[in-house]
Design a protein around this ligand. Sequence first.
Ligand code: SAM
Length: 197
Amino acid sequence: MTTGTAPFLREFLRDPVRTASALPSSRSLARAVTAPVPETGDPVVVELGAGTGALTDLIAEKLGGRGHQLAVELNPRLAALLARRHPGLDVAATGAAELPRLLAERGLAGADVVVSGLPWAAYPARGPQLTDVIAGTLHDGGALTQFGYAATRWAPPARRLRQRLGEAFEEVVVGRTISGNLPPAFVLTARRPRRSH
Ligand SMILES: C[S@@+](CC[C@H](N)C(=O)[O-])C[C@H]1O[C@@H](n2cnc3c(N)ncnc32)[C@H](O)[C@@H]1O
């Protein structure tokens, strides 16, 4: 069973829209979504919507103590669980839109990789765009990965997010469906944040 299945299901039943899935991500999805985490150097890697840590575990394995790993999780119960399970991990129990403040408070100039498990609902249709906020925190060579569920690939919120990513980044690549995940999922990878829009 994937790490944190029971608490994740409990939180899904409490708030299905914000939690977005009844199950944590599988190892195959975690591998795809963490692909840009560099194998060398001291990168700043941020995870948005960390849940019970299905991606956190793999990021920590890949970093092996290098750089800085920051996990952002809005649900305080899941954030507390994550902090208990990962002693020493930098966990922020707040919303993803706080990312610039979180980095500044830590004296970090920006992020090298942002890995997002945020639900579509976290990207509001109106107001300041979270895609712009994330792009603004990434270094020039940085990358954002965002996974979504294949069944919702063509739903209006998913299409809107694709468009917003295209406005905030020069390159957006849509990955193949990962059918080994329940539910089947895909990964969007955005690179080269635009600085001028
Ligand atoms: C689909 S789950 C992904 C959980 C985990 N990353 C995984 O892959 O198993 C989405 C997570 O995003 C969190 N979340 C929702 N809106 C958020 C926001 N605005 N900022 C930070 N986390 C948020 C939810 O509480 C939930 O844990």
